[in-house]
Design a protein around this ligand. Structure first.
Ligand code: APR
Length: 231
């Protein structure tokens, strides 16, 4: 086996204390995504949207990568083939754990962009509606997060990776938000083995040849041990 592609979701960061979206008490149980995670909500009330992401950025700074993030960084270092992480998460825990080849398809909490000229820069911990773009000076600064109704990043690269890999693994995702939710079925159509590592059975369970059920901090190190031991 020479190429592993891993798709991670909020569940891999749950044990680092960062909330998931759809679990009981998850983010979307407290906040309505329609009020926050879309361009119209931002145009209507930028201060409220900034406050939501300021809270998430502050929580992320206080969080630490957990054993699952660290195990994936070890896999990238010690596996003889290639490892690519495609994450739906906007936190930076994979990178802080040491993973290098990471594609953030839903954007990044710690990156900002100008809704006017498209300039991107490292986001301050606290952003406000009065911030001005460092490039064009417009008061149009937003988190560089892919909101509902916007196109995810890196899609061509992700599709090519899924078609070329030998194993496609989904860790900590409910499998309910497309296009990511359809990736396992695409891999299976290419005859690629698929594995789910999740606290419970995700949607689209039939797209997985194998399922490891349990907390990521326990299951991912165990899986990485199996892969490296078998190599
Ligand atoms: N270990 C493994 N899996 C876990 C853990 C854990 N400790 N805790 C929760 N999970 C699982 C849940 O069972 C659930 O299946 O993680 C999954 C989290 O699902 P969601 O909350 O829907 O998160 P995710 O799949 O990443 O959401 C996808 O939706 O709102 C958008 O842009 C947002 O990227 C997000 C996308």
């Amino acid at each position: 086996m020479g190429y592993i592609v891993i798709l991670s979701g909020a569940g891999i960061s749950a044990e680092s204390g960062l909330g998931t979206f759809r679990d009981k008490g998850g983010m979307w149980a407290k906040f309505n995504p329609a009020d926050l995670a879309n361009p119209r909500a931002f145009a209507k009330d930028p201060a409220r949207v900034h406050e939501f992401y300021n809270l998430r950025r502050t929580a992320c700074v206080a969080a630490e990568p957990n054993a699952a993030h660290l195990a994936l960084a070890r896999l990238e270092r010690d596996f003889s083939g290639k490892v690519l992480i495609v994450t739906q998460n906007v936190d930076d825990l994979h990178q802080r754990a040491g993973s290098v080849d990471v594609l953030q398809m839903h954007g990044a909490l710690f990156r900002a962009k100008c809704a006017g000229c498209g300039e991107k820069w490292q986001a301050a911990l606290i952003m406000t509606a009065d911030d001005t773009c460092p490039s064009c000076g417009a008061k149009a600064c937003r988190p560089d997060i892919v909101w509902f109704g916007e196109s995810p990043y890196h899609m061509a690269e992700i599709r090519a990776a899924i078609a070329a890999c030998d194993l496609f693994v989904v860790i900590g995702s409910s499998g309910t938000v497309y296009p990511a939710a359809g990736f396992a079925a695409v891999a299976q159509e290419h005859g690629i083995r698929t594995l789910s590592i999740n606290l419970d059975h995700p949607a689209g369970a039939s797209s997985f040849d194998e399922m490891m059920t349990g907390p990521a901090s326990r299951m991912v190190p165990r899986w990485v041990e199996q892969v490296l031991g078998a190599a």
